[in-house]
Design a protein. Structure first.
Length: 366
């Protein structure tokens, strides 16, 4: 039987759309012998955060949902001065310092868990070689063309990749939206580093190089809010891309190591280099040659080759959707049909936002 510490992680404790209340409610539905909630934040603008969180989470309805001894919630604020400028990694390390249980589950502030997510997520810890577990991140706001595209990307680009990494034992990233870690493993690698913009990738690679296995648990689902505008999407993907490149360069020495580190270096980093660095760089060149072939070469042959390429991509996407038990509609329609789980997560987010705004107004008035 495990005891669990759960982080609601974020650069600021600013109550994004999913809301602290929605996160805690989704976590509190599980049954645990002992658990604690820790809310890391790093902001000088939220002096009322402790009072606000205790009012939300110790309400009568929250107490009725609690099962088992509960410690919390606890506010983990990073130190003042230079530490405050380090943002999310510093806040997470402050939260890790307050964690008292053997397993730490981290969840982003814009993410909501299903009732059985935590229980499903920690099952692989029965293997003592496992140091971290990645869950299955789902896009909740998948309406509209931008949301539908990100939904397809999460299922095909992220979750299918993680299944492959799991088989090859070279998982490079446990996402910040949903991940479970052994506390001892985190302490052995020095906690969360601020050397890169992708602290989750950097941390996962550090665990692999320390000899821990990192696995994927597809039935541990978390519903996250994806960027709703092109500007927000660009900022997110720039941070992901640049941070991943930083982490790859930092851990390049894994290529020459053995064991789990060697699998990460030769398989994981090699896959990232070919498919996430070189292929995107050369993709525009392929498009230019395809257009040149349609105009100056045999257009029928070029069109058939292009259609064959699209067919292979479609079949791969359909296979990924089948593995994730998703509807195939988003693959050929402009927007997806929201499932009951996504609708529930959005309702929880809206309710949490309203409650947080009400409590914030009351705190400011007093």
């Amino acid at each position: 039987m495990y005891t669990v510490t759960r982080f609601r992680a974020g650069r600021f404790l600013s109550m994004p759309p999913a809301g602290a209340c929605g996160v805690s409610n989704s976590l509190a539905s599980g049954r645990w012998p002992s658990w604690q909630d820790i809310f890391p934040f790093c902001s000088s603008r939220l002096s009322a955060a402790p009072t606000l969180l205790h009012r939300i989470f110790r309400s009568p309805s929250a107490r009725r949902r609690d099962r088992g001894p509960r410690r919390g919630p606890r506010i983990a604020e990073c130190a003042r001065g230079p530490e405050r400028e380090r943002g999310k990694p510093s806040a997470l390390n402050a939260g890790l310092g307050l964690a008292s249980h053997e397993i730490v589950v981290m969840v982003d502030g814009d993410t909501v868990f299903e009732p059985d997510t935590v229980r499903a997520l920690i099952q692989p810890f029965a293997d003592p070689r496992v140091g971290a577990i990645s869950g299955n991140t789902k896009v909740a706001n998948r309406g509209g063309i931008l949301g539908a595209w990100q939904h397809i990307e999460y299922v095909v680009g992220f979750n299918l990749d993680r299944r492959l990494f799991d088989i090859a034992e070279c998982m490079p990233t446990v996402p910040g939206a949903i991940g479970a870690f052994r506390r001892d493993a985190l302490l052995r690698v020095g906690g969360v580093s601020n050397d890169t913009l992708a602290e989750d990738t950097d941390l996962t690679m550090s665990l692999c190089r320390d000899g821990w296995r990192v696995v994927y648990q597809d039935n541990a689902r978390a519903w996250t809010e994806a960027p709703a505008s092109l500007g927000a999407l660009w900022k997110q993907r720039y941070r992901w891309c640049y941070g991943t490149l930083q982490a790859m360069w930092k851990h390049r020495g894994a290529v020459f190591q053995g064991g789990q580190a060697g699998k990460l270096g030769r398989l994981g980093l090699g896959y990232l280099l070919v498919l996430q660095v070189l292929l995107p760089l050369f993709a525009p060149i392929v498009d230019v040659f395809a257009i040149y072939g349609l105009i100056f070469l045999d257009p029928v042959r070029i069109a058939l080759l292009w259609l064959a390429f699209l067919l292979v991509q479609f079949l791969m996407a359909a296979y990924a959707f089948r593995l994730d038990k998703e509807r195939f509609g988003p693959l050929w329609t402009r927007s997806s049909v929201p499932t009951r789980s996504s609708v529930a997560s959005r309702r929880a987010g809206r309710l949490a936002r309203v409650r947080v705004e009400e409590h914030t107004v009351n705190v400011r008035r007093r």
